[in-house]
Design a protein. Structure first.
Length: 330
């Protein structure tokens, strides 16, 4: 777990900042180091910030922190963490990818926060490793890297690779590191200082449960919505959904009307359109392929539904010219 981490202290972590990186994971990790050092009364951890060229990059909240140096200045014994965030497909710099490939050949322990997993995947550093990424980026990651073992959990540690979904999950990952290196007692003391109890396990889900999201705990409704979310490319019919939980289609309609104030078809369509938007913004797939991946049989129908829901066409969402209508039916 966490590979062969250095035994001498302070242990250096080199955080590589990509443009529009999420600042929350970085700050949480650095605060955890500060508190762990204070409670241990010794410098166990030390953080260094780096960018590709040594120049500041703005985080997704538009704040810039002066880095300690460029990639060439990264300590040879440092654990490297790629910090990702918004628009990672466009913010994956070639220089960073090449550098990561180089240091990986030396057996370095390399990890990522939030969408930094995308950068590691582009560099080929996740082949044969189990990993995770922020839930909002899971659909595009799966479409772009179908061969990579993605779990979608809070964090993953696989030999000398670790990935984290970002946000507050970063704190759970780093507390797991503290517990492994310096004992559970210190990790618990750090968590208590941060009012973060209990410490979450890697197997905990990133997102709220379906009941929490819809504000209802009806078991049949929950089961149907879970089935919908698992089958966006090949949508089930209302009768198939109803039969799965022993309801008639009329009972299914009443169930959705009562708890979510929408018809099953409308609810299902909304799920598919939200998935389509993520793919439009996070991948380079064609609009036609995205339509297919979200259960639409023609681009014209997809475009009409999308415009009705989001107020703009899929092409305008991307800022590209409208394509001539064509059938997806072979």
């Amino acid at each position: 777990m966490f590979g062969d981490l250095p035994r001498e202290y302070p242990q250096v972590f080199a955080f590589v900042l990509t443009p529009e990186y999420s600042m929350i994971p970085l700050v949480l990790a650095m605060e955890m180091f500060r508190i762990a050092n204070r409670l241990a009364d010794k410098e166990l951890y030390k953080a260094k910030l780096h960018t590709v060229d040594g120049e500041p990059v703005a985080a997704s909240n538009c704040i810039s922190i002066p880095p300690d140096g460029d990639l060439k200045s990264v300590d040879e014994k440092a654990v490297v963490v790629v910090c990702g965030g918004m628009n990672i497909q466009h913010n994956t710099e070639k220089g960073l990818v090449s550098w990561l490939r180089m240091i990986s050949r030396r057996g370095r322990t390399i990890g990522s926060f939030c969408t930094g997993s995308h950068v590691l995947a582009v560099a080929g550093l996740l082949e044969g490793y189990r990993c995770t990424i922020h839930w909002e980026n899971i659909p595009s990651f799966v479409e772009t890297f179908p061969e990579i073992d993605l779990s979608g959990k809070l964090f993953e540690v696989d030999r000398n690779r670790f990935t984290c979904a970002g946000g507050t999950a970063t704190f759970d990952l780093m507390l797991t590191l503290v517990a492994k290196q310096h004992g559970e007692s210190l990790a618990e003391d750090v968590a208590e200082q941060m009012l973060h109890m209990p410490i979450r396990h890697r197997d905990d889900d990133q997102r709220m449960s379906v009941p929490a999201r819809i504000g209802a705990r009806h078991p049949k409704l929950v089961k149907i919505i879970e089935t919908m979310e698992e089958n966006l490319e090949d949508p089930w019919t209302p009768s198939e959904l109803a039969a799965q939980v022993g309801l008639s289609t009329r009972q299914l309609e009443r169930l959705f009307k009562r708890y979510v104030d929408r018809t099953p078809k409308r609810f299902y369509l909304d799920l598919r359109l939200r998935r389509a938007r993520l793919l439009l913004l996070q991948t380079n797939q064609s609009v036609i392929n995205i339509a297919l991946a979200c259960g639409f049989s023609s681009p014209s129908h997809f475009s009409k539904c999308y415009r009705s829901f989001f107020g703009r066409t899929p092409y305008r969402e991307r800022g590209t010219p409208e394509a001539a209508p064509q059938s997806l039916v072979v």
